[in-house]
Design a protein around this ligand. Structure first.
Ligand code: FAD
Ligand code: FES
Ligand code: MG
Length: 331
């Protein structure tokens, strides 16, 4: 069916809508696809969605990501493939509710509902080196995306040591999954409430002491954590791969939004990465770029929270749809 232009304010299809600046092209009769078949809430902020997508599950490789639109007016956000099950035809996403879109998804993505759009798998799959002993490090939410890499190294015959870091015991997830994918596991919590007390770098130092023959490190987590991991291995010259997470828009190398400095050269994380040599990444530049749109992101969150409050006050307000151009202005 050809796309028609719909005025989001009135929801009426009319020729007048063609001239309305608030109108947008949609296919009103096209149902959203991609059913959520399972959900698990790991904590107040972190949740898992298992989504049915047999083609994506077949094509998925460790290290790749997807771009998700939760609903037809939603922002496109990149999310790493935390797992995929080819037999079941599903992919797994683990999401941290940090702002407008991820909080909105936390509220709306229930089992049986569907994501509006899912593009991928994107990015260059992880290059599995011939290393015989590998250290896979995940910090906080980074625990999820490092899992497919740990499993792939184990399946390739490497001895895999896992280091997982969380703030406290109540935030720990996937310990059992890692125990089955790793030969050894070191759990670290900042407050010592589970595993050893300390940061993932303490876990790395322990593992390096016990295994001086470690050949490769994979570290995924917040940029500041990945920077510290790269520093911890630099002196020994152990190859340390990280997965960077700059702001992405199209995810196809066209917009330049996801540029990162690697070894003094500009790389686009969506097509040249997201995995890069951690000893070469300019993490300070990455962190500065990630913080660039904070005021707009905060404003988008506040507008959305106001809409939620209005809907709670007057259910009829739910009929008044949010401004579809909000994401363009608000990030
Ligand atoms: P906002 O308030 O809009 O933003 C909060 C912060 O998130 C911003 O300050 C910025 O640092 C970052 N951010 C905002 N927009 C984007 C964007 N378009 N692209 C990247 N970062 C953005 N998060 C997860 O929870 N799980 C994942 O598996 C995951 N995988 C990622 C993989 C890649 C390759 C990249 C680049 C990012 C990944 N992220 C992941 C980060 C996730 O995309 C952002 O947290 C999300 O877009 C924030 O949206 P928001 O509207 O809720 O928050
Ligand atoms: Fe646009 Fe990478 S997201 S170039
Ligand atoms: Mg956003």
């Amino acid at each position: 069916m050809p796309a028609v232009r719909v005025c989001a304010r009135s929801r009426a299809h009319s020729r007048a809508c063609l001239d309305c600046p608030k109108s947008q092209a949609v296919k009103p009769s096209q149902p959203p696809v991609h059913e959520i078949v399972a959900r698990d809430d790991f904590s107040d902020a972190t949740y898992l969605l298992e989504v049915r997508h047999p083609q994506m599950a077949r094509a998925a490789r460790p290290g790749q990501f997807v771009i998700v639109m939760a609903h037809e007016r939603g922002e496109r956000i990149p999310l790493t493939l935390a797992d995929f099950d080819r037999a079941k035809g599903t992919i797994t996403l683990v999401i941290q509710a940090v702002g407008k879109t991820t909080r909105e998804m936390q509220q709306s993505c229930k089992v049986g509902t569907r994501l509006h759009a899912l593009v991928g798998p994107m990015g260059i799959p992880t290059h599995l080196s011939k290393a015989k002993k590998v250290l896979c490090v995940g910090g906080g939410l980074g625990v999820a995306p490092v899992f497919p890499q740990a499993r792939a190294y184990k399946e390739a015959g490497a001895y895999v040591v896992g280091v997982l870091g969380f703030r406290s015991w109540d935030l720990v997830f996937w310990k059992g999954k890692f125990e089955s994918a790793c030969d050894e596991l070191v759990l670290c919590t900042n407050d010592g409430s589970a595993g050893i007390r300390g940061f993932v770098t303490d876990g790395i130092n322990l593992a390096l002491k016990k295994h001086p023959d470690l050949e490769e490190v994979v570290a995924i987590g917040p940029p500041v954590m990945m920077k510290a991991c790269a520093q911890a291995t630099r002196a020994r010259g152990i190859r340390t791969m990280v997965s960077v997470n700059p702001i992405m828009v199209d995810g196809t190398g066209m917009c330049g939004g996801c540029r990162v400095q690697v070894g003094g050269k500009v790389k686009f994380a969506c097509v040249d990465g997201p995995d890069f040599d951690g000893h070469q990444v300019d993490f300070d530049d990455l962190m500065a770029r990630l913080a660039r749109y904070k005021p707009q992101e905060q404003a988008a969150l506040e507008r959305w929270l106001d809409t939620c409050k209005a809907i709670q006050r007057t259910p009829e307000a739910a009929l008044e749809l949010p401004d579809p151009f909000e994401e363009v202005r608000g990030g």
